[in-house]
Design a protein around this ligand. Structure first.
Ligand code: S3P
Length: 443
């Protein structure tokens, strides 16, 4: 089913942002907790799980393969693991909605199963590149077919006997890395992946937490097939990608002072903090601690005038989901911000370079898309209407822009915010954003 796109955000100039908030659980860790919990032996309990449409799509696909879940409370899920070889064949295609993470991670897991399967998704997911997982999996001996355009549906032929691979990834992608490592659990011998730039390492951390050994040396990670995962307990940190919208809002709206609680600050994800600090944002990281093997902290952001910067290409993969928010910060800053080496933004839930440039221009900003990035000359945002293109992060970025603009902003097509941030408008309103949802549908 495609997003109905029937709801919009109406945001008026507002703020300051204030108080303490905890944004929902980390999406990447929530997906991986479900998948690894299902593949483990025994009962895994997850707290702080993100109950968003993307992670619920992962849960539904696992249920279709015989995995049992119990929801004990909000965000509290018990997973009855079936072990690496305990899935039953699904009766039909596994529909993964908008979720690229589900599609790429399941491709790896299903490549190692003895039964046939098919992965499908909504219109956005069905446009996204999947050749990047087919290529390494085929080298491991998996039998997969995609559409002629290299997109979903993905058909996976059941078989026994993947072979380990030593794979140099051409693109920096945590989803591809995770896909290959998950297939590696089913492969004979060692499977190694080398990434061209550091990407989020939640799969590696969680595999270790589930007792599955792996080796890591710089950007090369290896697993040996045929070991077991043992059930565990997982507390999921708040998602830094969701917190980023409030970081930017608080940085740019005068008088703001907000505390974002228990945010994951895994160093593979924290470039948004570095970038905003380089723009002169006032960010203090309090009370650093560890939660289920992941570093977390409370992050305080106070408003202070920002200036534009050139963003280093080396930071891109560690801030990949935060660029829509960073572009809003750049549009509100003094001077020029230049982003290069970020072509991956064009193959996310939307083409985020085009979607952001078009929306920013509609609000009077000076934003020029380039092949692999954008050049933004900061200044003033006026009101207007922008289209999120059905992309959750574009929708939330422009909602935040509405607070800092000189007149109201209408953001169309916001239903997909439910994929990663249920109750976004409610929480944002509580923090000081004047936001109203119009239309019917989800959101
Ligand atoms: C994710 C990896 C990133 C990110 C996505 C979540 C993950 O995608 O953009 O939102 O959970 O592994 P890529 O691997 O395509 O960069």
């Amino acid at each position: 089913m495609d997003w109905p796109g029937s709801i919009a955000f109406q945001v008026a100039p507002s703020g300051p942002l204030h108080g303490r908030i905890r944004v929902p659980g980390d999406k990447s860790i929530s997906h991986r907790s479900l998948i690894l919990g299902a593949l483990a032996e025994g009962v895994t309990e997850v707290r702080g799980f993100l109950e968003g449409e993307d992670t619920l799509a992962t849960m539904a696909a696992l249920s279709a393969m015989g995995v049992k879940f119990e929801r004990q409370d909000a965000g509290q899920i018990v997973i009855h693991g079936v072990g690496l070889h305990g899935f039953s064949a699904p009766k039909g295609p596994l529909y993964l909605g908008n979720s690229g993470t589900s599609a790429r991670l399941f491709a790896g897991v299903l490549a190692g199963q003895p039964f046939d399967s098919e992965l499908t998704g909504d219109a956005s997911l069905s446009r996204r590149p999947m050749q990047r997982v087919l290529e390494p999996l085929s080298r491991m001996g998996a039998r997969l077919t995609l559409s002629e355009r290299g997109t979903l549906p993905l058909h996976i032929r059941g078989q026994k006997g993947l072979l380990g691979v030593d794979y140099q990834m051409p693109v920096a992608s945590a989803q591809v890395k995770s896909c290959v490592l998950l297939a590696g659990l089913y492969a004979k011998g060692w499977t190694c992946v080398t990434e061209p730039a550091v990407t989020r390492d939640h799969t590696e951390r969680l595999l270790l937490r589930f007792g599955y050994p792996l080796t890591r040396e710089e950007r090369r990670i290896c697993v040996e097939g045929g070991r077991r995962l043992a059930a565990t307990e997982i507390d999921v940190p708040a998602d830094i990608s969701s917190a980023a919208f409030f970081m930017v809002g608080a940085a740019v709206v005068e008088g703001s002072d907000i505390l974002l609680e228990e945010v994951g600050i895994n160093p593979t994800r924290t470039a948004v903090i570095e970038v905003l600090r380089e723009m002169d944002a006032d960010i203090t990281v309090h009370n650093q601690r560890t939660l289920s093997g992941e570093p977390v902290a409370d992050i305080q952001v106070r408003a202070r005038p920002l200036h534009g910067i050139p963003i280093a290409a080396s930071q891109v993969s560690r801030a990949i989901d935060e660029f829509p928010a960073i572009f809003i910060a750049a549009a509100c800053a003094r001077g020029q911000t230049v982003v290069r080496g970020a072509a991956e933004l064009r193959v996310k839930e939307s083409d985020r370079i085009e979607a952001m440039a078009t929306g920013l221009k509609a609000l009077g900003a000076d934003a020029e898309p380039t092949e692999d990035g954008i050049i933004i000359n900061g200044g003033h945002l006026h009101g207007g209407s922008v289209d999120s293109c059905g992309d959750h992060r574009i929708a939330m970025a422009f909602a935040i822009a509405g607070m800092a603009a000189s007149a109201p902003i209408r953001v169309q097509n916001c239903a997909s915010v439910e994929t990663s941030f249920p109750k976004f408008a409610e929480l944002a309103r509580r923090a000081g954003l004047d936001i109203v949802i119009t239309g019917t549908g989800r959101g």
